[in-house]
Design a protein around this ligand. Sequence first.
Ligand SMILES: [Fe+2]
Length: 259
Amino acid sequence: MILLAQLSDTHFDLHERNAERVEAVMAYLADLPRRPDAILVTGDITDTGERGQYEQARTALLADLEMRFMPGNHDDRAGLREVLLREPPTTGPLNQALRLPGVTVALLDSTVPGRSDGELSAGTLAWLADMLRDTPAADAVLVALHHPPLPMYSTVVDPIRLTNPEPLERLVAADDRIVGVISGHMHAMGTTLFGGRPLVVAPSVASLIGGVWEVARPGQVPIDYGPDPSILLHVIEDRRLTTIVRTVPMGGRIAVQPR
Ligand SMILES: [Fe+2]
């Protein structure tokens, strides 16, 4: 069994609030009797891509656990590479393969510098095809990207979703090893099917954005900063993806039923 934790849309902005929420989530994960095999941070790590925000993220996300960082539309590839990955600050797509026993996670860069919507470039799609060719036939594969490839009934995020889902959908449908596709960007948890596999969209650690049914007038953004931070815990076993959503209470755990 492989256990993956997914944090998304942490939006480090140099203020305390978002950092404290990530610290609570990381403390929860670090204290688990069965710790995750890896933590995936699926984009919008920072709010505006500044180096200082990546420094803040680095401090809060520092853990003795396997970590993977993906860019979102609010991020800056060069800053992410330089501060979080300690790599040269190059600006090309950041595609990564995480190899775990029996499980491969393909982390795809769906960002387009200067734009809010997403796209998988020809180079990224070719990278994925090559990576799948090098992946053992018995492995389970999880595909991760920041932008949901389908509309999720969000007036905020649907117009800035992945603009070219078709090639990825064909790839997913054609490869039995792919157990699911995960994303962020929506600031709400949601699931549907994509290429016949589960598409699981993660909530944001920072805030919640309501669905189309919460919009009272055109242009209103139904954002809610009240809910405690939520993350996803993905279990991959026997080529099946099971996802549990976990809200981490900022006020601490209450283990006895209040009366
Ligand atoms: Fe976001």
